[in-house]
Write a protein that binds this ligand. Structure first.
Ligand SMILES: Nc1nc2c(ncn2[C@@H]2O[C@H](COP(=O)(O)OP(=O)(O)OP(=O)(O)O)[C@@H](O)[C@H]2O)c(=O)[nH]1
Ligand SMILES: [Mg+2]
Length: 207
């Protein structure tokens, strides 16, 4: 099983990116078979708004609520992966982490406690329109999320002007070791699908 972890601050676009990513995985496998992808939704609270959405699209979705899988619910994540492998045996698991998680830590624990050879990838979304405000409030957390990401999506570029996109991109590029893409899930869904297809192909090539 490959694990794609979608991280990024609250409201940055994780769920919006999840669907094109899941669709591109299914398409890359020849289309049609949605059991190739399973989704895990992690939420800090008790209510899962995102789950109704992912299940509505036909993907098996496991909910992990009331905590964060990068800390308090780490053991529950291992249980869920084990259960999914047994029941569904998907090629890919996409995990949407909470906005307050450190996705790189999740990847590390999965390798340490579940499978040291697991193909894990961290993809982080950034709300370009709120970057300058949020970095002042949640600086350290945001920076850590981005620093260790394999891919960073500078999202919601439709809400800002070109200069703002460029300055946010400069900040992110300086911070991260990963590849940086500009996207706008809402106004350019085709562009987002294309980026997801590219990433799915790259991850698949890693084995
Ligand atoms: N204008 C614009 N809105 C967007 C874009 N991407 C996402 N949104 C909107 O931003 C809001 C949050 O998007 P989500 O995908 O739910 O974000 P999230 O990171 O999953 O949010 P949480 O799970 O609550 O942390 C929704 O209302 C989306 O429709 C974008 O590219 N442009
Ligand atoms: Mg979400």
């Amino acid at each position: 099983m490959k694990l794609l972890i979608l991280g990024g601050f609250l409201g940055s676009g994780k769920t919006s990116v999840l669907m094109p990513a899941a669709r591109q995985i299914v398409a890359a496998a020849g289309g049609g078979d949605k059991t190739r992808v399973a989704i895990i939704e992690n939420e800090i609270g008790q209510v899962g708004i995102d789950t109704a959405f992912t299940e509505g699209e036909g993907f098996t979705t496991t909910e992990l609520f009331n905590g964060c899988v990068c800390c308090t619910l780490a053991a529950s994540l291992m249980d869920s992966l084990c259960q999914l492998e047994k029941d569904v045996n998907p090629d890919w698991v996409i995990l949407e982490s909470t906005g307050l998680a450190r996705p790189h830590d999740i990847a590390e624990s999965v390798k340490r406690y579940y499978d040291e050879n697991m193909n894990t990838t961290v993809c982080v979304t950034v709300d370009t329109s709120r970057w300058n405000k949020i970095k002042r409030i949640a600086g350290e957390l945001l920076f850590e999320q981005i620093e260790n990401a394999d891919y960073v999506f500078i999202n919601k570029t439709d809400l800002v002007d070109r200069d703002t996109v460029d300055s946010v991109k400069a900040d992110i590029t300086e911070l991260t070791k990963g590849k940086v893409y500009e996207i706008s899930v809402v106004t350019d869904p085709e562009g987002t699908e294309k980026v997801c297809a590219e990433i799915v192909a790259e991850i698949s090539a890693k084995g």
